[in-house]
Design a protein around this ligand. Structure first.
Ligand SMILES: Nc1ncnc2c1ncn2[C@@H]1O[C@H](COP(=O)(O)OP(=O)(O)OP(=O)(O)O)[C@@H](O)[C@H]1O
Length: 339
C-alpha cells in the first residue's frame, strides 16, 4: 500500500525551476532512494516532505490525506542531516531525549525510550559523552537514535554516509539498512552515490535536473535504463551509432543481429563488463589501445573500426597495448535507444 504520495510537487528558487512536477510514492516499510547528481534538487524535495519548505504547487499525501498544512513537529516525518546537527552542549542522553522532552513525555517514559534507542544503535556506555568526544560514525548513530526516538512514520535521510570515510561508510550503510528492515520504517534516502542506492534500496527514484527520469528496483534502473541520461548517470557505457535494417544492426565496426526493432538509426549501448576480449586467431577485429590494471579487474580501451570502446575484464587473461584481439558482446544486455 502506498503510504506517502508525491503529486506534481514543484519548486523554484529565484528564476530557477529546481523541482519540476515530481510524482512518486513510497510504500509502507519501503526504503526508496532519491538518486541524482549534486544540485538536482534532492535535499529540497526532502525538506518539502519534512515540512521545512513549502512547495510552489502539488500535493503531498500520507495514507491518502494531505499533510501539506501539518507543521513539521506534527507531520510524523523526521529528517537526519548530512552533518548530523547534534546539539553540542547536550550529552548523548539529552541529545537522544530532545524530541521526547519537546513532546512533553514524562521522565520515566523518556528514560525507557532513550535506553531502548541506546541499545538499538549500540551506544550503551556513551550516555554522558558530548558530540565533540564522538567519532563520525558514533555521531551519526546518535542522530539516528534521536530521530527514531520520536517514532516517526517516515524517516528522511539526507546523504547520511557522505561525511564518513570509505570503510566506515560501508559498515554504517549496512547498520542503517539493517535497522530500517528490522523496524520496517518507511524511509527515503537521498544520495548521489549510485552504488549506495543500488545496494540499499527497495526502489530508486532517479532525479536529474529537477525531473524524475525513472523509478524502479535497482535491477531495473541499472539493467533497463529508460533513456541515455539515465544510462549515463548509472555508470560507464559504450555507445555505437548505427542503423537497423531488417533485424540487422550495421555500425562502423561491422554488423550484429539485433532484437526486433523498426528500421532506423539507433544508438546501441553496451556496458564495459558485457564485452569479452579473446586472443587473436588470425581474424582480429580490434586493437588494445590502453590498459589499466586495478587488481581484481582490468580496464581496457579497444579500437573497433572507427569506434573506441571501454571493456572491463577479470585479470585471468592479460592483453597488452597494441595487441590485436577478437571481441564478443553479450547481446542479451544490449540496449538500443532510437536517435
Ligand atoms: N534556499 C535556497 N535559495 C536559493 N536556491 C536554493 C536554495 N536551496 C537550494 N537552492 C538551489 O536549488 C538547487 C537544488 O539544491 P538541493 O540542495 O536541493 O540539491 P541536491 O540535489 O540536494 O544537491 P547536493 O547533493 O549538492 O546537496 C541548487 O541549485 C541550489 O543552489
Amino acid at each position: 500500500m502506498n503510504e506517502l504520495q508525491l503529486i506534481n510537487i514543484s519548486k523554484h528558487f529565484d528564476q530557477k525551476i529546481v523541482l519540476n512536477e515530481i510524482n512518486f510514492s513510497v510504500r509502507k516499510g519501503e526504503l526508496v532512494s532519491l538518486l541524482g547528481p549534486s544540485g538536482c534538487g534532492k535535499t529540497t524535495l526532502l525538506k518539502i516532505i519534512a515540512g521545512l519548505l513549502p512547495p510552489d504547487g502539488g500535493q503531498l499525501l500520507f495514507d491518502g490525506n494531505s499533510i501539506l498544512n501539518i507543521p513539521v513537529e506534527r507531520r510524523g516525518t523526521v529528517m537526519v542531516f548530512q552533518d548530523y546537527l547534534l546539539f553540542p552542549h547536550l550529552n548523548v542522553w539529552n541529545n537522544i531525549g530532545f524530541g521526547l522532552r519537546m513532546a512533553g513525555k514524562g521522565r520515566e517514559e523518556q528514560a525507557k525510550k532513550i535506553n531502548e534507542m541506546l541499545e538499538l544503535v549500540e551506544l550503551h556506555g556513551f550516555e554522558k559523552k558530548y558530540p565533540r568526544e564522538l567519532s563520525g560514525g558514533q555521531k551519526q548513530r546518535v542522530a539516528l537514535a534521536r530521530a527514531l526516538a520520536i517514532e516517526p512514520k517516515v524517516l528522511l535521510l539526507d546523504e547520511p554516509f557522505s561525511n564518513l570515510d570509505a570503510r566506515l561508510r560501508e559498515s554504517m550503510r549496512d547498520f542503517v539498512c539493517g535497522l530500517q528492515k528490522k523496524l520496517k520504517i518507511t524511509t527515503i534516502l537521498v544520495t548521489h552515490d549510485k552504488e549506495e542506492a543500488l545496494l540499499s534500496s527497495d526502489r530508486i527514484v532517479l532525479l536529474l535536473d529537477g525531473k524524475v527520469q525513472q523509478i524502479g528496483t535497482p535491477e531495473e534502473i541499472y539493467l533497463m535504463p529508460k533513456n541515455r541520461e539515465a544510462a549515463n548517470f548509472l555508470g560507464k557505457k559504450n555507445y555505437l551509432k548505427g542503423r537497423i535494417e531488417k533485424g540487422i544492426f550495421y555500425y562502423s565496426g561491422g554488423e550484429l543481429k539485433s532484437e526486433e526493432r523498426a528500421d532506423g538509426t539507433y544508438w546501441m549501448m553496451i556496458r564495459p563488463e558485457e564485452i569479452k576480449l579473446k586472443k587473436d586467431k588470425g581474424n582480429a577485429s580490434a586493437i588494445i589501445v590502453d590498459m589499466r590494471f586495478a587488481g581484481d579487474r582490468i580496464y581496457y580501451k579497444v579500437k573497433l573500426g572507427e569506434e573506441m570502446l571501454e571493456c572491463l575484464m577479470l585479470p585471468d587473461t592479460i592483453f597488452s597495448i597494441g595487441e590485436a584481439v577478437n571481441l564478443s558482446m553479450d547481446l542479451q544486455n544490449i540496449i538500443l535507444f532510437p536517435e
